[in-house]
Design a binder for this molecule. Structure first.
Ligand code: ATP
Length: 139
């Protein structure tokens, strides 16, 4: 049985990360799910959320803006609309995006509600992850 997982996160903007990990927890459309080496093959959709990556007693986080996860015994491939490692998140940019989305939702005039809500959800999770400074936490 596989002992390690290769986690690969790809978006239309490029390769976000490729590394060996012990465990990944992802935000599936139907809820969080964890993957350990030897997992049964699986393809599922992801909602706006995060990946929690555990490796050798440390944990790190990756923002994922919707997409798909393909799990095989020794590999987790994430195809995301956009994604960043927590340490690469520009918190000011995310806070500005949050303000814009909140403003649009407050006005409620001729807005695409789902689009504004999704922008707000992305910004909220980016800010949360950016504030998990130290990103590499001991378990
Ligand atoms: P914004 O309104 O600030 O552009 P957005 O949620 O619309 O935010 P996306 O469409 O998800 O942005 O992403 C576009 C590109 O910008 C992607 O490469 C994404 O990784 C990057 N990106 C977006 N927001 C941030 C951020 N706060 N920090 C770092 N990279 C970001």
């Amino acid at each position: 049985m596989a002992e390690k997982l290769t986690l690969e996160v790809v978006s239309p903007y490029g390769l976000v990360l490729k590394e060996e990990v012990d465990e990944v927890v992802a935000t599936g459309s139907e809820g969080e799910f964890g993957v350990l080496p030897g997992h049964v093959p699986l393809v599922t959709t992801l909602k706006i959320g995060m990946l929690v990556c555990k490796k050798g007693g440390t944990v790190s986080y990756v923002f994922v803006n919707s997409g798909y996860a393909e799990v095989n015994e020794d590999r987790v491939l994430i195809l995301a609309d956009s994604a960043e490692r927590a340490e690469d998140i520009d918190v000011e940019r995310a806070k500005n995006a949050m303000k814009r989305a909140e403003e649009r939702l407050r006005k409620q005039e001729e807005i695409d509600f789902a689009r504004a809500q999704a922008a707000l959800d992305r910004a909220i999770i980016r800010v949360q992850l950016a504030e998990k400074k130290g990103h590499q936490k001991s378990l």
